[in-house]
Design a protein around this ligand. Structure first.
Ligand code: GAP
Length: 498
């Protein structure tokens, strides 16, 4: 039996229990909407970034990467429009001082002191009137007493000061997106790498947004990581009879969708959503979101925008530097258009975890298993000694771990009986376990020689094969390079039934 998608509480609890994600500064009561990645979380997150970089940067001839600073010149944010436009309309309660997004107030359940019932307090579902007096919400939804202010624009950028003096001249911001560094470095990259259009600049790194309604675990946080690509195209080119920017926009939508499918997200849990005209960001000609069916419902996993020449033109205007490309064929300078596939690492991690989560029943017992793609799994192999009191078994298991660990993240565990050790590895998504037993090392007291083979157990099918120790690295190279288990298993015997 396999259950469907888990709810968020199940993922939060698994994440904490097994060391994926902890609340930041938990011993002090936690910090609002920032999270820390634990020993397994950091591996999973690094694996997501690593395969993204490998697939979209390393393997492509038309892509280069950068790693820019989080603190940038403050004028960057004037030029990009973030100082003026990166705002949410907010209302404040004059009584309890809570702040709400103006467009979210009526999506919240509201507190009401009902005049028709001598002022009794009720919590009324979002958008509904009071069942006793018929009134609709006008006051603060939280305290039910305070008037709300008129909406005011609230900038989402974190402000800070550069240098020793905290005055207006020293004000700067933590970047709210990694993208701007690709635009301000456009000419540096173009000149130093002698690139020809179309080409992309990629970056993975931290961004910060003082989100007013953060929440839902790592879905929307105030500090997060992005993996962004700015793919520059010549707006005068045509590809397959279409303007180059439009062609490449569609191509990137397809490639990003294929990427999420390749690493395990279920097709039924993914969909595309075209932005309506009135919701397009100030820089975008067209934006398409890849949405995922998160435990909280369909929500944005990543966005792919056609930002036109907005950013390069703005930075050229504010910096006074030319940010153009010389088109050799047409003998003219052009300002490239840019297509921007922008993904969130934390959201991708949440989607991969949610999609991988299964509850099976094995011989009447519940088995929780994270069916993570082997490339994403935090630990690739767990080496388990069948008898921890036998020195030769333990020694062999440690030696196998050390050997495999030169290539992959591999752990040794002898802290429970084998069945329980398997369950623990299933729950964190380890695709393979290696068991060292008496048969491997032999029994000198009985004069029996070992066969030098160990058992490999496959997480998903729970099938087992006996493989010579000397062949382990080759077998795991195949399996972790995505060879089918059945194909590899066909070459080796199953262990004898115990
Ligand atoms: N440069 C374009 C840009 O930043 P965005 O849609 O605002 O576009 C891109 O962000 C991606 O970054 C989102 O699709 C999401 O995955 C992630 N992201 C944005 N804000 C986030 C937040 N507060 N917490 C976690 N991830 C976030």
């Amino acid at each position: 039996m396999t259950m469907g998608a888990p709810n968020m509480d199940v993922l939060v609890s698994l994440s904490k229990r097994r060391g994926f994600v902890f609340q930041s500064s938990e011993i002090y009561g936690g910090t609002g909407s920032v999270w820390d990645y634990g020993p397994l979380g950091v591996e999973l997150k690094n694996n997501i970034k690593r395969v993204w970089w490998r697939d979209f940067v390393q393997q492509r001839a038309d892509m280069v990467g950068i790693d820019a600073s989080i603190l940038m010149h403050p004028t960057v944010w004037k030029a990009s429009g973030h100082l003026d436009h990166f705002t949410d309309p907010m209302v404040d309660c004059r009584e309890c001082k809570r702040r709400f997004r103006a467009d979210h107030v009526d999506t919240l359940p509201w507190t009401h002191y009902c005049p028709a019932t001598k002022g009794n307090k009720f919590s009324i579902p979002a958008g509904e009137p009071c069942g006793h007096c018929g009134q609709r919400r006008t006051l603060c939804p939280e305290c039910g007493k305070g008037e709300l202010t008129a909406p005011r624009q609230f900038n989402l950028m974190f402000k800070t000061f550069m240098g020793p003096v905290e005055d207006e001249a020293a004000v700067t911001y933590l970047r709210p997106e990694t993208a701007q560094a690709m635009f301000v470095n456009f000419d540096n990259v173009l000149q130093s790498m002698r690139l020809k259009l179309p080409f992309g600049i990629a970056q993975a790194g931290r961004s910060f947004r003082n989100e007013i309604t953060p929440g839902n675990f790592i879905f929307r946080t105030r500090e997060f990581e992005q993996m962004e690509i700015e793919f520059f195209v010549n707006p005068n080119d045509r590809v397959d009879g279409r303007p180059a920017d439009e062609f490449w926009h569609d191509r990137w939508i397809e490639d990003c969708m294929a990427w999420f499918l390749r690493y395990g997200l279920t097709a039924d849990n993914l969909r595309l959503r075209e932005h309506e005209r009135d919701e397009l960001a100030h820089y975008a000609k067209r934006t398409v979101d890849i949405e995922y069916k998160f435990p909280i419902g369909w929500s944005e996993l990543m966005g792919i925008a056609n930002r036109t020449d907005f950013d390069l033109k703005q930075h050229a205007k504010w910096s006074g530097k030319s940010l153009t490309y010389f088109d050799e064929e047409r003998k003219e300078h052009v300002v490239p258009f840019v297509v921007e596939p922008a993904a969130g690492v934390d959201r991708a991690l949440l989607a991969f975890m949610a999609d991988a989560y299964r509850e099976d029943e094995v011989r009447g017992e519940k088995r929780v298993v994270l069916k993570l793609h082997p490339e994403l799994a935090p630990i690739k192999v767990a080496v388990l000694p069948l008898l921890k009191k036998r020195d030769d078994i333990v020694r062999t298991a440690h030696a196998i771990r050390a050997d495999l660990a030169r290539q992959w993240r591999v752990v040794y565990d002898d802290t429970a009986a084998i069945g329980r050790l398997y369950r623990r590895q299933d729950e964190i998504g380890t695709p393979y376990c290696v068991t060292v037993d008496v048969q491997t090392v032999g029994d000198t007291e009985r004069g029996e020689a070992g066969d030098g083979r160990v058992t490999i157990r496959d997480r998903d099918s729970m099938e087992q094969i006996r493989v010579p120790t000397a062949e382990l690295a080759t077998v795991f190279r195949e399996l972790l390079d995505a060879a089918a288990w059945t194909q590899v298993a066909a070459r080796y015997p199953s262990p004898p039934r115990s």
